[in-house]
Design a binder for this molecule. Sequence first.
Ligand SMILES: NC(=O)C1=CN([C@@H]2O[C@H](COP(=O)(O)OP(=O)(O)OC[C@H]3O[C@@H](n4cnc5c(N)ncnc54)[C@H](OP(=O)(O)O)[C@@H]3O)[C@@H](O)[C@H]2O)[C@H](O)CC1
Ligand SMILES: [K+]
Length: 498
Amino acid sequence: MKIITAQQTKALDAHTIAHEPIASIDLMERACRAFVTWFTQRFDNSHTVGIVCGTGNNGGDGLGIARLLQGWNYAVTVWIVRGSVAESNDFKTNLERLKNTRIKILEITEAPECSVFAGSDVLLDAVFGSGLSRPPEGVYERVITCINATATRRIAVDIPSGLMADQPTTGACVEAHATVTFQLPKLSFLFPSSHRFVGDWAVVDIGLNKNFIRELPGDHFLLQQKDVRKQVKKRSTFDHKGTYGHALLVAGARGKMGAAVLSSRAALRSGVGLLTVHVPQTGVDILQTAVPEAMLSIDAHSDFYTALETADRFTAVGIGPGLGKSPETVKALKKLLENFQHPMVLDADSLNILAENRELLHLVPPGCILTPHPKEFERIVGSWQTDFERLQKQKQLAAQLNGVVVLKGAYSSIVGPDGKVYFNPTGNPGMATGGSGDVLTGILTGLLAQGYATLAAAQVGVYLHGLTGDLAAGEKGMNSLIASDLIDFLPEAYRRLG
Ligand SMILES: NC(=O)C1=CN([C@@H]2O[C@H](COP(=O)(O)OP(=O)(O)OC[C@H]3O[C@@H](n4cnc5c(N)ncnc54)[C@H](OP(=O)(O)O)[C@@H]3O)[C@@H](O)[C@H]2O)[C@H](O)CC1
Ligand SMILES: [K+]
């Protein structure tokens, strides 16, 4: 699903109006109907509804929604905020259509008292939409403050008023519990800093021209199950273990062998043919007992990774979980990066070692996948002011390494060397638990070893990982979810993609 800019949305509107063809007021009516369908499925007409409208097309939506809800016997109150914005044509038409209804229409021409919106069970925010081009001021800013001060369910129409669709937001903004957006999500919806404004968002289809969307230039996408499903490799009868590769995981140090166990199990459950795990002496009995399917490469050192004879017989290497950062481990990682020229997954402590030994970044072979969480990412690229700047840094790092950088979190972003960004929709906060990242590293290493191209491995692996989290949370709730649950749900997650 392509994520387009506010400017492109305007062009898409115009194109749809011209080519469907459809009058803009009818496209607005379609948007209003789509919103009302979503709304009536969640709030029955025992809820009183307040709608705060600007005088552009977002406000026009608000008026249309008021009329439709009243048709469903909702008690509706409308406030029209009169500021610098001239009435759009469609706003005028929908205002006209309200004339012969019983809907109470109040005008706000100057900064109101914040009690102005009290009394509605649900408050709809239709002040500004994708046309916002600068921070709200004056009466608009005050209205936004009052909307946020009203103890009620706040639902934003298309986009919370005050949020910039595809650039940093600096002004006042409605803090919606939910946002119903038309046709495609806005880029800012996918960033953590927007969550308090957007709340849970839903996309409603308003029949905008899909071919036009496909042809629009764009680097930002929201992964969908169908995109991932078609990348999952199918198996054939005459396949054998070798067909599915031989992965090497370099993981675990004394006291952190669990990371090696979790990533090993996850690699196996991701379908790899053979798995070897390189562990220090302390890990031998642990791994042989906990993961009998894995072969071991045993380090001379008792406690941590210091050397590996050769990695050439492996089709992919994953390194980092529970590795530690001892000086010998740093040296060993450097040697591995110099000698192993196939795709690798670099995670956890291997990323921290790269951050502290930046000359090693130049040794990272092409086609690797880095899987930092935001803190590990910041150690590598430095701090950022906004999520847009963070994304820019992510694109730069992916290009510099000629690999894929996965920034983990809600809507994990997968960025390739070409700068294209894929946001992952699966997963939930239950996955913020020790070992969750080790599982992802195992999955990604397993997929790379099976011959998945780097970007495909990242998309399938991150999607699968999040899907196991959703399945596990469905069964065990978010609070009790532990990393092993993710592995247990890999078979079901694969089945969903089958
Ligand atoms: N395809 C779709 O998604 C459809 C969306 N629809 C709805 O239309 C709005 C977008 O409506 P638009 O009229 O373009 O803009 P807004 O209603 O968001 O804002 C109105 C005007 O306000 C001006 N503006 C911008 N920022 C400020 C500010 N900080 N202070 C004051 N005024 C501001 C701006 O005009 P300028 O010329 O001043 O830039 C806006 O034009 C969309 O969100 C949907 O709700 C359609 O209903 C159907 C299709
Ligand atoms: K809005």
